[in-house]
Design a protein. Structure first.
Length: 501
């Protein structure tokens, strides 16, 4: 067999191998090279798999040549091939950035541990996305979660430990709910293979154990994805984690959890059960609207830039769940493309914010929080950083010419298709709240004078700017050329909807 036939396995194996090697090497530079090489290899593999699925259809890879459902299967279709590109691409961008970023944010003796945990986190997220086995999904979910707890706790700020512990508690509750759901599904079907499970559930979808499994899975994944109101762990985790960690998990971790929710809703439980027999669409719609307005409103009043964009993420997740509530091709496509579009925009913003953190240090050289008091007049000293944050903010608002506009346009189309014009108006009004919190940064950075006594400083280093601006360029590119994002999302939505009915 050729190497190309084993690309699905290599997608997960390469980052997995890089993690223990980083620990064995125990040198930051070598660990960085090892894990970064694995990330770029995973990104190249993800693109190759996406191209293969686009031209030839879904891929089924049997681990150890054991035929499913007895053996573990990796199954790649239009949806998860799209997600693999996002996760591996973000890792490939964030890891080069982290080389300079963690110098001031993480003690030098822990650098090798940072790279090892990044390798494991990558492994877990890619594994969740690619696996066709329910228990495998749970195992990879815990690999990514456990490594994320450590990554958050590595920050110098002692509040990072509290944030990590809070996330650990809520994440463990979510994981318990998920494994209970998988147990009920196994009880009813006798299989863990997702495709086989979907077939066997087709005749028993309305039974009580299946409904209990659906309830447990929904709550468990909602905790992991920070769906309102189960989002309490997210603001502190994003605020106090090292900047590279915030950027990576902000762009990928919640998105992969939402992917798992979409996968189970449309592949395992089925459209008829989730959206027709149960009041889940109404509940999801209500919670999504709360997220759009409450989280975005709270963001306006934050004094810390990272915390502001953390609350913004909760609101943006609301757009994704809102698309699901429509139960239509355009609504589902909007959710899928917003997983990608919000991922690259928010990843760019957190990378640029990390550049501010690395530059605004105390006299002892320790990074300080990017509070609005310290950001006054920042555009004169860090023009590229500030301009990049503004462009990323425009994508969060949904301004034409940015990737965020495309997602919201399809959400509005989905609302109009359902004759719910008031929802189209709600989407526009909620975007004005995003305009308000982005304007807060613009007003402080561009129209205020620097604080008296603040030392002059220059632009962030080129090693911090290049990765961030690659994502900003992507945010603009995908606002004009939508063939990849819209094409992939529409194809995935059509495939899911047709197989689910």
């Amino acid at each position: 067999m050729s190497l190309a036939q084993h690309l699905p396995a290599l997608q997960v194996v390469l980052p997995l191998i890089s993690a223990p090697l980083a620990v064995l090497l125990r040198r930051g530079g070598l660990a960085f090279a090892m894990v970064t090489a694995a990330a770029w290899a995973a990104f190249a593999i993800a693109i190759a798999l996406w191209l293969q699925v686009d031209s030839s259809g879904s891929i089924s890879y049997h681990i150890g040549n054991w035929e499913p459902p007895w053996g573990i299967e990796y199954r790649i279709d239009r949806l998860n091939s799209f997600m693999l590109v996002l996760v591996s691409g973000m890792a490939a961008v964030v890891l080069p950035y982290s080389r300079a970023s963690i110098e001031r944010e993480i003690p030098r003796e822990s650098h090798y541990l940072f790279y090892a945990m990044m390798g494991l986190c990558m492994t877990g997220l890619l594994g969740i996305t690619i696996t066709g086995d329910a228990f495998n999904l749970f195992v990879f979910l815990e690999i990514s979660s456990l490594s994320t707890y450590v990554l958050i706790a590595l920050g110098r700020d002692r509040r990072a430990l509290t944030a990590s512990y809070q996330y650990l508690i809520m994440g463990s509750i979510g994981a318990t709910f998920i494994v209970i759901a998988i147990g009920f599904l196994y009880l009813m079907t006798g299989t863990l293979n997702l495709a086989d499970m979907a077939t066997k559930l087709s005749t028993i979808k309305g039974t009580r154990p299946v409904l209990v499994a659906l309830a447990f899975f929904t709550v468990g994944v909602s905790l992991k994805a920070a769906i309102f109101p189960l989002h309490q762990w997210l603001p502190n985790a994003y605020t106090y984690a090292p900047s590279a960690v915030t950027a990576f998990i902000g762009a990928t971790a919640t998105k992969v959890s939402l992917y798992a929710l979409i996968r189970f809703y449309f592949t395992i439980f089925g459209d008829s059960l989730v959206f027709e027999q149960l009041p889940l669409p109404e509940i999801m719609l209500m919670l999504s609207l709360f997220a759009l307005f409450v989280a975005n409103f709270i963001a306006i009043f934050q004094s810390n830039l990272k915390r502001l964009f953390a609350y913004s993420s909760i609101g943006q997740i609301g757009y994704i769940t809102l698309g699901l509530s429509f139960d239509s091709v355009h609504g589902l496509a909007a959710s899928i493309m917003h997983l990608f579009n919000h991922g690259i925009a928010k990843g760019a913003i957190f990378l640029l914010t990390g550049g501010i953190v690395a530059t605004l240090t105390t006299r002892q050289g320790i990074p300080t929080a990017p509070t609005f008091e310290r950001l006054a007049g920042l555009s004169k000293q860090m023009p590229l950083t500030c301009f990049g944050i503004v462009i990323g903010g425009l994508s969060l608002i949904g301004v034409p010419g940015t990737a965020g506009f495309i997602s919201k346009w399809y959400l509005i189309l989905a609302a109009i298709e359902k004759d719910q014009w008031w929802l189209a108006g709600a989407i526009v009004i909620s975007s004005l709240l995003a305009l308000a919190y982005v304007w807060r940064f613009v007003e402080v950075a561009y129209f205020r004078s620097p604080p008296v006594g603040q030392n002059a400083h220059g632009e962030a280093s080129i090693s911090l700017l290049i990765p961030a601006w690659l994502l900003i360029a992507g945010t603009i590119w995908f606002g004009f050329d939508t063939s990849f994002t819209v094409g992939s999302a529409l194809n995935a939505a059509q495939q899911l909807m047709s197989n689910s009915r």
